[in-house]
Design a protein around this ligand. Structure first.
Ligand SMILES: C[S@@+](CC[C@H](N)C(=O)[O-])C[C@H]1O[C@@H](n2cnc3c(N)ncnc32)[C@H](O)[C@@H]1O
Length: 184
């Protein structure tokens, strides 16, 4: 019993560790430099990102004009930076819309974000509504939900760019090959 509990805690810890890995700006820049012309007049949605700390948000807000973006939407699941902003509202997820307007700050404060009614799960109705408004989804999603994450993007016929660890990308390639019956 004690061994089972220990194993389940270890599995949970490993899962959380993978799910909470934050992407470096240098990795984002290195990959996204190949796709610059694809973003013109597009709405980009980063749906697993806290705009206050995400380097995906940072990259798109900083390059908003250069890329010719129409809008940047960044949505965050409730568990983010709980230690730093430990408020009751953190039970809810939240989002921030950046439009690149003159004078607009490219780092939202806690008072500028909009809280969801729910937890901001990428599968929630509220997050899916934002997904429907977007053209391209770009993020590094939680590894443990990777399959559901990709399935949702395919379901809503969204273009997407996922930057993840090698296990996640290998897994995605397998999903694609299975879909096309080239892998068993
Ligand atoms: C691998 S981390 C990457 C964070 C950020 N996208 C980045 O690249 O720096 C995955 C993020 O997804 C968030 N997350 C976990 N479950 C989620 C869910 N069901 N819906 C939306 N986000 C989720 C986690 O809190 C975590 O911040």
């Amino acid at each position: 019993m004690a061994r089972e509990l220990q194993n389940s805690l270890l599995t949970k810890a490993r899962k959380n560790k993978n799910d909470e890995f934050y992407t470096q700006l240098s990795d984002i820049e290195r990959e996204l430099k190949h796709y610059k012309k694809h973003f013109k007049d597009k709405v980009v949605y980063c749906n697993c990102d806290d705009p206050r700390i995400s380097n995906f948000f940072n990259y798109f807000a900083s390059n908003f004009k250069q890329l010719g973006l129409k809008k940047l939407i960044t949505a965050c699941y409730r568990e983010q930076v709980r230690d730093l902003f430990n408020r009751e509202e953190d039970e809810n997820g939240f989002f921030f819309e950046y439009t690149g307007t003159e004078g607009e700050k490219n780092k939202p404060s806690s008072t500028e974000i909009v809280y969801f009614k729910g937890d901001g799960d990428f599968r929630s109705t509220e997050s899916v509504e934002l997904l429907k408004q977007s053209d391209i989804v770009v993020t590094n999603p939680p590894f443990s939900l990777f399959r559901e994450y990709v399935a949702q993007l395919v379901k809503y016929d969204k273009k997407f760019l996922i930057i993840g660890n090698i296990n996640a990308i290998t897994y995605m390639m397998e999903l694609i090959l299975i879909k096309h019956k080239k892998y068993h």
